[in-house]
Design a protein around this ligand. Structure first.
Ligand code: MLT
Ligand code: ZN
Length: 488
């Protein structure tokens, strides 16, 4: 039974906005209470579905009046538990999924103004219809929403060329914790008029305000995007290949992703048809390179071939496969995009989202592998990600038990048991090493609840004190996504 304040909130909400603005049926709301990996299970008596910014503002005003915590939620594709309620049953989910409007497009200014619930895939299609490119891209683009992308300042696979979500947003509309509406929907590339509120709300994971709409910056659309896979014998070679590719392709290098053998092996096991193109490459670590070309496919292929033949000569690469068509280029991305899905099919892993100076990555990987193998012999390191940005998803999974691995239930139980037994120690070891090398414990996924305490541990009192001061000043009643990012 929810507390009296939650009941009074729901009563007032129904009076003001009617029954269409919320759902309470457990079978209809259960998917909103757990993250997609099934790692964070919360409780809530209702999910709110505002259909406009004004309704969001009304809901936040009521939440403030009754002191009820609201958890803003977009596509619920996050990886740190930021978009699900805690297990108190006292918080309510505020879904932005009905805010679907394309409010404006400005072709000459290369901008479009979208509401928060528009999916990333739809935003990309809208840009394409204008003959332009919205370059942010993620494996979860079909469900992830623009509001969530900005609230988490997500990264993805095109950061190397275009920057992360923050770099692609010019203006915001935000409902503040007092239920006011800040209309900052400016399509300006230069606006130096005091504190940058837009940058404060981006990446705040719904703890400072609710993003309801945004002005997104678009880019010219390249005539072609082509990919290649390069087999590397070491991470030093991958870093060397990055330098070579950047020196030859400069800004035309739009993607540079590492897929170690252990991550490719999971795709081969759980999505064998997708892994078909890499069958002949052996048990090797691969780099996926993507090149964009303003003139067409042939130029992109020629540039990739030039880079790879130099890399073969310099012994940075042992073998390579250049896509010969846009369709084949997409099949290489499909392998990359399915690593997380294959991982989740395998079972829980101890996940990390680390950022390192690129120069430190080889040292990190060699020393960390040794340390983890000494600690837990046979442990699997599922390491992949945006090595071109210095961002790796350095995930740790339990050793395979051949006798029970084919049985999904037993496998998933073994993975979950391993995670619960070793998560804290492995996080500490990985993060200690990352921080000692000048790195970050969350390069693109944010803090949510998963990394909140780790961040407090590593950031120290001054930085955390400043973050708390901002939170308290913008949300003094702690209404917005309480318990996420920083504790107050
Ligand atoms: C990715 O790069 O695939 C995403 O960040 C998801 C993940 O880390 O699992
Ligand atoms: Zn990623």
């Amino acid at each position: 039974m929810p507390s009296a304040s939650v009941q009074e909130f729901l009563h007032d909400l129904l009076q003001q906005l009617g029954p269409a603005c919320l759902k309470t049926d457990p079978s209809l709301i259960s998917g909103h209470l757990v993250d997609w990996r099934g790692r964070y299970q919360g409780r809530a008596s209702a999910v709110l579905f505002p259909d406009s910014t004004q309704q969001v503002a009304q809901m936040v005003r009521l939440a403030s009046k009754h002191r009820v915590g609201l958890v803003p939620q977009g596509g619920n594709t996050g990886l740190t538990g930021a978009s699900v309620p805690d297990d108190s049953g006292e918080q309510l989910v505020l879904s932005l999924s009905r805010l679907q409007a394309i409010r404006a497009v400005d072709q000459a200014n290369k901008t479009m103004t979208l509401e928060a619930g528009v999916t990333l895939a739809k935003a990309q299609e809208q840009a394409e219809a204008l003959g332009l490119l919205f370059p942010l891209t993620l494996p979860s683009r079909g469900s992830a929403t623009i509001g969530g992308n900005l609230a988490t300042n997500c990264g993805g696979t095109a950061v190397l060329r275009y920057g992360n979500a923050r770099a692609l947003c010019l203006g915001l509309e935000v409902v503040t914790a007092s239920g006011d509406i800040w209309s900052g929907l400016r399509g300006l590339r230069k606006d130096n008029t005091g504190y940058d509120l837009r940058d404060l709300f981006i990446g705040s994971e719904g703890t400072l305000g609710v993003i309801t709409a945004a002005v997104l910056a678009l880019s010219p659309r390249p005539a072609a995007l082509m990919t290649a896979l390069a087999k590397v014998s070491s991470v030093e070679s991958a870093v060397g290949l990055l330098g070579l590719a950047q020196s030859k392709a400069a800004a035309q290098l739009t993607g540079f992703e590492l897929m170690t053998w252990s991550s490719l092996d999971l795709v081969s096991q759980y999505f064998p048809a997708l892994a078909q193109p890499i069958k002949g490459m052996g048990s090797a670590d691969l780099v996926l390179l993507e090149i964009s070309s303003p003139s067409g496919e042939a130029e992109a292929v020629a540039l990739l071939e030039d880079i790879l033949s130099r890399a073969l000569e310099a012994k940075l690469v042992e073998d390579a496969l250049v896509a010969q068509s846009i369709q084949q280029a997409q099949t290489f991305w499909d392998i990359r995009d399915h690593i997380t899905l294959a991982s989740s099919e395998d079972g829980h892993q101890i996940k990390h989202d680390i950022g390192l100076p690129i120069s430190c990555i080889p040292e990190f990987m060699t020393a960390m592998r040794q340390e983890l193998q000494d600690l837990l012999p046979g442990v699997r390191i599922i390491n992949f990600g945006h090595i071109g940005d210095g961002n790796l998803h350095y995930n740790v999974a339990c050793p395979v038990r051949p006798e029970s691995w084919a049985d999904r239930g037993q496998r998933q139980k073994a993975c979950a048991d391993f995670m619960h037994a070793h998560e804290d120690e492995i996080h500490r070891r990985v993060h200690d090493r990352v921080v000692s090398l000048g790195g970050s414990i969350s390069a693109e996924h944010g803090l949510g609840v998963m990394r909140r305490d780790e961040a407090a541990y590593y950031k120290g009192p001054v930085e955390i004190g400043l973050m708390r001061a901002i939170k308290i000043s913008l949300d003094p009643l702690n209404i917005l996504n309480p318990g996420k990012v920083v504790l107050v």
